[in-house]
Design a protein around this ligand. Structure first.
Ligand code: NAD
Length: 372
């Protein structure tokens, strides 16, 4: 099997889908690995590191013409898609609901296309869970970025000249990213608190040393897959009142509240932001889905009376070598269920493969048939 990675064409994307360590594993498994020249450059994997791993460096036309499996971070450009060999396979973070206009192009070429966002979050698929591996690193990076913008100390310091108070950090939304943000802020010495709508989050926060606040509601907001349900306007209003005094005292707020398939919930309105002290920092990790803060703007740092509100859409790029490593390992684990070890043929029978397929051999998966 020829397995390849191209240089990512999406703006500001620093990651690469195959890192040298995984190239080596694929070569050892008996595959040929093709990497586009400079594909790993932005994550500090030089061409030579791939050659040392047994891969070949080539140009995109040659790769698209030959590859059986194209591993990718984002959906390839239209130009690359048009050149891709018929009956090939694409695996990556393909954002299928926003890219449904590309499905016809896939089927014209009888492609099999798998989107890693669709991998079920079951124990057996944990090693393939790109959403978790990338969210984890983004949560870490959000706190590091906030720390570098924050002009005061994160940790408490007791000196002969007096005591420096620790920063107060509030994490809103405690999924994978939020939990890593708590752990990172705690390691830096901050006093950390958090909120979520799922009761299960309370114990997780407290075990990481963060205090937890949430609206006392008789219904739990967690659905059967472990995600949050969309809350009523009444609940959001109660939540806003509950956190109002708390927000005023915070130095750094990391917003990471999301609801699958919906716009991010609004948790910090203009009044809440204006109640904070100058010098405070808000990192809105939910910005790609509209943001948790009414004043955040995509790709910008907004200054409101000395409060910096960061709408960084590519936090992950600040940690791209590690992100590429984990991403590439996730893809390798996925290939393990897709490639028969004896025959080296592709098999699409596993439930994880079926769940994550946009289409198999040019035939659209049931879940995408009635999207309109
Ligand atoms: P996510 O990115 O969809 O959401 C982030 C967080 O925002 C969630 O904790 C959610 O409850 C919270 N949220 C939503 N609305 C909110 C509001 N109004 N106020 C405050 N918080 C709000 O979530 P995720 O990081 O993908 O994780 C979702 C769940 O899946 C978690 O329970 C996680 O532990 C679980 N998970 C399971 C596996 C597995 O393999 N079993 C893997 C990863 C995650």
């Amino acid at each position: 099997m020829i397995i390849s990675a191209l240089k990512e064409t999406k703006q500001n994307e620093n990651r690469v889908a195959i890192v040298p360590d995984i190239a080596k594993k694929l070569v050892n498994d008996g595959h040929e690995v093709l990497i586009e020249v400079d594909a790993g450059e932005k994550s500090f994997f030089p061409n030579q590191s791939y050659i040392d791993a047994g891969a070949k460096i080539s140009n995109s036309d040659d790769i698209l013409n030959k590859t059986d499996i194209l591993l990718t971070v984002n959906l390839p450009s239209d130009e690359n898609l048009s050149k891709l060999k018929k009956q090939s396979n694409i695996i990556g973070l393909l954002n299928p609901y926003d890219n449904k206009n590309k499905f016809d192009k896939f089927s014209e070429k009888y492609l099999s296309v798998f989107s890693m966002e669709l991998i079920p979050r079951i124990t057996r698929a944990q090693s393939m869970d790109v959403l978790s591996s990338q969210a984890n690193l983004s949560g870490y990076r959000a706190v590091i970025n906030a720390t570098s913008l924050y002009s005061k100390s994160m940790a408490m310091m007791m000196t002969a000249a007096g005591t420096v108070a620790p920063a107060k950090v509030f994490i809103m939304g405690v999924g994978v990213a939020g939990l890593q943000a708590i752990a990172t802020a705690r390691r830096l010495g901050a006093v950390v608190s958090a909120t979520d709508v799922r009761r299960a989050a309370a114990e997780q926060c407290e075990s990481l040393g963060a205090s937890f606040i949430m609206v006392d509601d008789e219904n739990d907001a967690e659905d059967e897959s472990g995600y949050a349900k969309e809350m009523s306007d009444e609940y959001i209003e109660k939540q806003r009142k509950l956190i109002a005094d708390h927000v005023k005292q915070q130095d750094i707020i990391i917003c990471s509240a999301l609801i699958p398939g919906k716009q991010a919930p609004t948790l910090l309105d203009d009044n809440a932001v204006n109640s904070m002290k100058p010098g405070s920092i808000i990192i809105d990790m939910a910005i790609e889905r509209g943001g948790n803060c009414t004043l955040s703007k995509s790709g910008e740092i907004v200054d409101v009376n000395g409060i910096s509100i960061v709408g960084d859409v590519s936090l992950i790029n600040g940690i791209s070598p590690d992100a590429s490593n984990l991403f590439s390992k996730n893809l390798y684990a996925f290939l393990d269920i897709l490639i028969d070890k004896e025959t080296k043929d592709l098999v699409f029978e596993d439930e994880i493969a079926k769940d994550s397929a946009i289409m198999i051999n040019g035939k659209l998966s049931e879940k995408f048939k009635n999207l309109g």
